[in-house]
Design a protein around this ligand. Structure first.
Ligand SMILES: *[C@@H]1O[C@H](CO)[C@@H](O)[C@H](O)[C@H]1NC(C)=O
Ligand SMILES: *[C@@H]1O[C@H](CO)[C@@H](O)[C@H](O)[C@H]1NC(C)=O
Ligand SMILES: CC(=O)N[C@H]1CO[C@H](CO)[C@@H](O)[C@@H]1O
Ligand SMILES: [Zn+2]
Length: 640
């Protein structure tokens, strides 16, 4: 596309202040590189020729930190006259492209690398009338592939073998393989992965047979359900497994496998409950893989094999809601996918909504509502930080020129779930809304959709319900800031917490702490987390009072990561210098961004620790996953 064509569009948006900056940035990017008109985060052109199947054949090389081999892409022409296949690539070393049937060499062009987006890979298709083609690409990944985390033996539980895992969401699959890296494209895949013999390879797929050679092992995989590129996943390490139920097992290093099996014992039960709500589970098996601590997220819903952080190992199964969340993705996100990251709420809002329904059934309706209610204060903190007027706090965002990793926040999760809860209440509650959900899943499974598709389906399904006329879609979807309406949650579990907090706030710090052992023992883990969340959101506390609190609750050395995280934030806010070391030690081991980013920010905002935390980042950066290092560098203002 030429530059001139876009100038009129550019002037159209000139009135809208922030959009201007975003749009100009986007059009500059478009001019230079031609990001896709379909998905602002991808170069690929599935509207011309679309990939339908992938075969990956790769060797894992831990010495060089690369994957090498080839990929065969099956593609169909959408435009009959098209002579190119346009893909995404991120620092891939491509040595040759051929027509996989005729072995004819094909020309290809890799555009200049564009910061976080990578390059556009254009392959010249053979001159032929056929509409289906198979292209073989020989390539190697880069040691700085943004999707791949190469972990040295010292940073694993066993300390003997290296570990590799991938994290492709949102747009990092292109650093793993050349592909159409947009969720609007879904394809089946097969893979053959060769790794050192003593290690186990796992993928987001069903494992077929494994061939053993002298020094290596070759594992075969198949994923028959079409998936977007961001759900292709690989892990290689010294892994063992333990059965959790007929369809579920947990994988981890041997050193922690028993602990993992205990923590996630309820997985099959959670899966059954999800099926009651959502309909049949389509993926065959549901396994969990517990990764080393540098994994940047709580969990990643890779099909057939959810990846989770070891920070869920609380010892009391209290954080298993993350597994319920990843299970819910088997329908929302994995079967039905957002067309672009701009409609991310369709994945995450629905998933949180379903996750809480699972909790409601397995525990109690009160605990379902307690989670929803307590998350409102976290949503508020997040929106205050991004800015109440920021377009990034809209449910449907405009990501032209903004990298999805920068836009990532709690908003699509919590504002999305709040919206669905509101819709549920408008149409008459769960008995009406859950059959609607199942029908929605049935209608759109295997597809990628956007918010309009959802709205049309909703409006049609509930066309006889007059109350839906009162829904202000525009405000819910496109206005920035907090949700316009917070539903009436059952807050009975929060009442006791609020009383205790009041008592604590009023206490002047003299005499014994006005909270009894009984009070403490009566609180569930989730209630303690909520109290700490409130405490970390209020003003700085007196350190002496915190010391008494700590004597009662024993927060130092606590295993539960949600508690540890909030406790450390409270201590830093109180400028309790003894705790700085604890915070630094923790963020140098754990990579989960939910914890690491706020703690880095807290340390950065405090003058006493500002320089120290920047130095800490610089020296530890090499151990971090690309995405973690990238967002932290921004948070610490290290890059323009
Ligand atoms: C690219 O791959 C080729 C062939 O495997 C290899 O010889 C070459 O060193 C690689 N180049 C870079 C920059 O890694
Ligand atoms: C603890 O909970 C029990 C049962 O819910 C209740 O009867 C008791 O009064 C509570 N104790 C305190 C100190 O709140
Ligand atoms: C889970 C999810 O949000 N899926 C995808 C939505 O769209 C973007 C691409 O634009 C993907 O990267 C997300 O991962
Ligand atoms: Zn999710």
């Amino acid at each position: 596309m030429s530059t001139k064509l876009k100038l009129p569009i550019l002037s159209l948006v000139l009135n809208l202040e922030l959009e201007v900056i975003l749009s100009i940035k986007f059009y500059r990017i478009m001019e230079k590189t031609g990001l896709s008109p379909i998905d602002p985060s991808s170069f690929s052109r599935p509207d011309l020729a679309v990939v339908t199947d992938i075969f990956l054949n790769l060797v894992v090389n831990f010495e060089k930190k690369i994957l090498s081999g080839h990929v065969i892409l099956s593609a169909s022409k959408v435009e009959p006259t098209v002579n190119e296949l346009v893909l995404d690539a991120f620092k891939l070393n491509i040595s040759g492209v051929t027509d996989s049937e005729t072995k004819e060499k094909l020309n290809f062009k890799l555009s200049d690398h564009l910061h976080e987006f990578g390059s556009k890979l254009t392959i010249q298709l053979p001159k032929s009338e056929v509409s289906k083609i198979k292209i073989c690409i020989e390539y190697e990944t880069s040691p700085d592939a943004s999707s791949l985390q190469w972990i040295a033996p010292e940073a694993t539980a066993g300390k003997k073998h290296p570990f590799l895992f991938s994290q492709c969401e949102p747009t990092h699959a292109r650093s793993f393989l050349p592909c159409q890296d947009t969720p609007s494209v879904k394809q089946t895949y097969k893979a053959s992965i060769t790794a050192p013999k003593e290690l186990t390879s796992l993928m987001s797929a069903i494992q077929e047979d494994t061939k053993v050679f002298e020094d290596t092992k070759q594992a075969q995989f198949i994923q028959k359900v079409p998936v977007p590129s961001y759900l292709i996943a690989l892990a290689v390490g010294a892994l063992v497994s333990k059965k959790l139920g007929p369809r579920c097992q947990v994988w981890a290093e041997n050193e922690i496998i028993e602990e993992c099996a205990y923590e996630f014992a309820d997985t099959e039960h959670q899966l059954k409950t999800a099926e009651e709500i959502c309909g049949p589970y389509e993926w065959g098996i549901y396994d969990l893989l517990v990764l080393p601590p540098s994994f940047p997220y709580g969990g990643m819903e890779n099909p057939c094999l959810t990846f989770v952080t070891p920070t869920l190992l609380a010892g009391d199964r209290s954080l298993a809601n993350v597994v319920a969340h990843e299970i819910a993705h088997s329908w929302t996100g994995n079967l039905i996918t957002n067309k672009s990251f701009e409609h991310f709420w369709l994945n995450e809002g629905f998933t949180v909504f379903t996750e809480r329904k699972i909790k409601g059934r397995l525990e109690s309706p009160q605990s379902q509502d307690f989670d929803a209610y307590t998350s409102i204060s976290e949503l508020k903190e997040c929106i205050d930080r991004i800015g109440n007027d920021s377009p990034l706090t809209q449910l449907v965002v405009d990501l032209k020129g903004v990298h999805p990793d920068e836009a990532f926040s709690r908003v699509p999760y919590e504002k999305g779930q709040t919206f669905l809860r509101y819709l549920e209440s408008i149409v008459g509650g769960p008995t009406v809304f859950e059959p609607f959900l199942r029908s929605y899943f049935q209608t759109f499974k295997y597809k990628s959709i956007d918010t309009d598709d959802f709205k049309r389906f909703f409006d049609n399904y509930f066309k006889d319900v007059s109350a839906i006329k009162s829904i202000d879609w525009k405000t819910w979807l496109y206005a920035p800031g907090m949700p316009p309406i917070i539903p009436d949650y059952d807050i009975s579990l929060a009442v006791k917490c609020n009383e205790l907090l009041d008592t604590f706030y009023k206490w002047n710090g003299e005499g014994a702490i006005p909270i009894s052992i009984d009070d403490k023992d009566n609180l569930s883990t989730n209630q303690i987390i909520y109290c700490l969340q409130k405490l970390s959101g209020s003003e700085a506390q007196n350190i002496e009072k915190l010391k008494r609190l700590n004597e009662l609750f024993k927060f130092d050395g606590v295993k539960n990561a949600e508690i540890k995280f909030r406790w450390l934030r409270i201590c830093l806010k109180a400028q309790w210098e003894d705790k700085v070391e604890d915070a630094l030690n923790w963020i140098n081991v754990v990579g989960r961004m939910k914890y690491v980013r706020p703690l880095y920010r807290d340390l950065f905002e405090w003058q006493v620790t500002k320089n120290r935390v920047v130095d800490n980042f610089k020296s530890n950066r090499k151990n971090m996953m690309h995405v973690t290092a990238y967002v932290l560098a921004k948070d610490l203002k290290l890059e323009a």
